[in-house]
Design a protein around this ligand. Structure first.
Ligand code: NDP
Ligand code: MG
Ligand code: MG
Length: 338
């Protein structure tokens, strides 16, 4: 697999092209700010009644309604929540977008599962940074970037790939590495990663470890430090140097325990469950569940958030983090919504 960098992209593809970033949330603010700092002309499209409007104005952007923003744009990056995107596209973009313009996404969900069927004269591209929005912004301002996937679903102009590459480098991803993929592959791997490993898997592993220690009679404070707080230190080592570096950094005792007990916790049964998760993603069963959830007003999301907030690990965590102000609880959330 070939990884592409700044030198493989032609920044001229964005010169004299106006980009409309629709949405100013986690990804939206990062794309808009990075593009502007890379010399690209950016307008932000939002709904007037939302809270983002003032933030984008404060950041110095020209802000307008979605329909007005896309009418003047050569490239439109749609960065509203996945469950809102189809309505926004149908209502404010399908007719209003310029003939031959480029429609861009940061996740393939709506195209892959047929929720958005774009006009055939539009180029349809994907530029999917592999990081939360606040990291897309902070690594860029620090002189780095995050890796990204790019793909083309419709190449009407004959230059869709070049536009995607230029966009990826303009938001900093060409510094870290850009991989060409397809909407199918990006959508399915992204959903799988967040469900099985990064979000779903990690959270359940942390909670199960915490509960096991507390039920075994140990103090919740100890369980919190062992099972949640320290996870970051281990993940940082994994991130910096892979599994070998992590094992080098921990004690022989911890490494030996990893080999003895890791496979007892994450078993063949776990992997079979992961395959089921992947099958539900591939068959569209998960997508249908998510779309219906949103149409029903998110009853499960609301209930599960309430239940998750009531878990003892959250109470003890809030208390302990208050004593470690340098961890600055909530800073990431605030910044990502900036
Ligand atoms: P957010 O939830 O942060 O987006 C919220 C933004 O969308 C706000 O500016 C909000 O404005 C606006 N918005 C919401 N509904 C509407 C609407 N109906 N009309 C107009 N604007 C609206 O989204 P993310 O940044 O998390 O996700 C955007 C895309 O990026 C998704 O496709 C996601 O899969 C993808 N992605 C996200 C990542 C992440 O880290 N979050 C990582 C990689 C990809 P208002 O203030 O008016 O509500
Ligand atoms: Mg992802
Ligand atoms: Mg995702």
């Amino acid at each position: 697999m070939k990884v592409l960098y700044d030198k493989d992209a032609d920044p001229a593809m964005l010169r004299a092209r106006r980009v409309a970033v629709i949405g100013y949330g986690s990804q939206g603010h990062a794309h808009a700010l990075n593009l502007r700092d890379s010399g690209v002309e950016v307008v932000v499209g939002l709904r007037e009644e939302g809270t983002s409007w003032a933030k984008a104005v404060d950041a110095g952007f020209k802000v307008s309604g979605v329909r007005e923003a896309v009418a003047d744009a050569d490239i439109v990056m749609l960065l509203v929540p996945d469950e809102a995107a189809a309505t926004v596209y149908r209502r404010d973009m399908h007719v209003a977008m310029r003939e031959g313009a480029t429609l861009a996404f940061a996740h393939g969900f709506n195209i892959h599962y047929g929720q958005i069927v774009p006009r055939s004269d539009l180029d349809v591209i994907l530029v999917a940074p592999k990081a939360p929005g606040h990291t897309v912004r902070s690594t860029y301002t620090a002189g780095g970037g995050v890796p990204a996937l790019v793909a083309v679903a419709n190449d009407h102009s004959g230059t869709a790939r070049e536009i995607a590459l230029a966009y990826a480098t303009a938001i900093g991803c060409g510094r870290a590495g850009v991989i060409e993929t397809s909407f199918v592959e990006e959508t399915e791997t992204d959903l799988f990663g967040e469900q099985a490993v990064l979000c779903g898997g990690a959270v359940e592993l942390v909670k199960a470890g915490f509960e096991t220690l507390v039920e075994g009679g140990y103090a919740p404070e100890m369980a919190y430090f062992e099972c949640l707080h320290e996870l970051k230190l281990i993940v940082d080592l994994l991130y910096e140097g892979g599994i070998g570096t992590m094992n080098y950094g921990i004690s022989n005792n911890a490494e030996f325990g990893e080999y003895v007990s890791g496979p007892r916790v994450v078993t063949a049964q776990t992997k079979a469950a992961m395959r089921e998760v992947l099958n539900d993603i591939r068959s569209g069963a998960y997508a249908k569940q998510f779309i219906l959830e949103s149409q029903a007003g998110n009853p499960t999301l609301h209930a599960r958030r309430r239940l998750a907030a009531a878990h003892p690990i959250e109470e003890v965590g809030t208390r302990l983090r208050a004593m470690m102000p340098w961890i600055s609880a909530g800073a990431l959330v605030d910044r990502s919504r900036n």
